[in-house]
Design a protein around this ligand. Sequence first.
Ligand code: ADP
Length: 500
Amino acid sequence: MLKILFVSSEIHPFAKTGGLADVGCALPKALQSLGHQPIVFMPAYRSVMEGDHPIESTDIQIQIPVGNRLMNGSILQGTLPHSNVPIYFIEQHEYFDREGIYGGQSDYEDNCARFSFFSRAVLEAINVLHLDVDVIHCNDWQTGLIPALVRLQNRPLGVDTQTALIMTIHNLAYQGVFGRAEMRSTGLDWKHFNWQEMEFYGKLNLLKTGLVFADGLSTVSPTYANEIQTTEHGCGLESLLRDRKNDLAGIINGVDYNDWNPETDALLASKFSSSNWRIGKPQCKEDLQHIMGLPVKSDAPLIGIIGRLAEQKGWDLIIELMRCWLPDSEVQWAILGTGEARFEKEISELVQRFPERISAQLTFSNELAHKIEAGADMFLMPSRYEPCGLNQLYSLKYGTVPIVRATGGLKDSVTNADQEAVTAGEANGFSFSEYSAAGIQDAVHRAVLTYSEHQEIWGRIVETGMKQDWSWTNSARHYVDLYQSTLSQLSPKSVDCPIP
Ligand code: ADP
């Protein structure tokens, strides 16, 4: 049984901007059901304090020097919903009682100070709560300072050379890069500001710091683990990742089927399974068309898209494809997303011109996300790169055939419906390789044609996806393997030898 401290800047349902939050909720629960003892840490943002989930004070105060200020904070506690996994929240009003998590239209200017404080507070909390841990599992740049603090300076009680420090990359494009003056908020000596430790082209890089000092590294799919070692996807850290490739695991994310299961999903107009989807799914489609203001047509192919409006997600290709198809085709589009203003503007313009064929909600809505997953016939995800991607996994379970670009976790989870894969019963979606208008056109065209004219094959593709098991249990076992193999490589505890 391992005692695992899981540290993340987002945990669903307390605070979420993307897949990191889903992982932060589901993985600790899966680790617990495998018999381990996870403890979770996150900041007490305003959304945490104003949410519906019970949170209590521990009456423990902490003080952390950040730059030349002494910042006061406190520790709150709760449990992950539908579980007894303990979660601790680091409260610091000035840093975390804000509208956003990382910023509004642009990032908060003091993000380095905010997450340095958080990282240092977590280590302080280990001390004051007398936690004894085998593994500290850090996630993304917001926690990248922790491995450096533990190895270089601030070793809390209960953490020693035997404690495995794990750093997981959920998206290498976000590295937490700050001006060199921010080194002061880390609490570490300037001597570590060098290219082999914390410096990245004259700036401070918190993700790099984590990757240098952690004992074991991982990212969220096997293909992405290979891709990030290349110049194309390595975002400048490829040679560091190549040097550490023997410590780098690629573990695909799972799905929390307590949250995402059409057989039990209370948000749906009708629940369904792989044996009765032909009855339940059309009711969900009708409901979705209704709430999105699209004409209720059972045979119009309905494509759903949910995601951040960021270049990563392939919106330029999507918009180009919609511009080309909207005037003539029967295809309907249901879009949910928030993000860059330029994409919001282009999507809104298309909605105005073709209200019968495209509907978009440019907000964040968990409820609508569930309804789109259930009511759409296809789910489009043409990402430029995709560390793992969760929506294609949800789509598979909801019988909504994914159309994806074969990159990262999309490549690892979607088997293209070519003749061979269909015959072998392995096809669960449609994919294309080249990031181009021709690539996406061809894949969406094949999907729509199969949906409209080859219903028997379509049914087989739907059911293959629905019957697959992408639950966390498997992935959590891989994390346990990573923890254990990392622990086994740490220097053995020094044993006092009796002098003869
Ligand atoms: P990323 O983490 O890169 O944003 P993922 O596919 O890994 O992408 O995870 C995205 C998660 O965020 C999914 O659970 C998805 O349903 C959710 N999501 C993204 N945008 C929205 C939105 N506008 N409304 C509701 N959920 C959203």
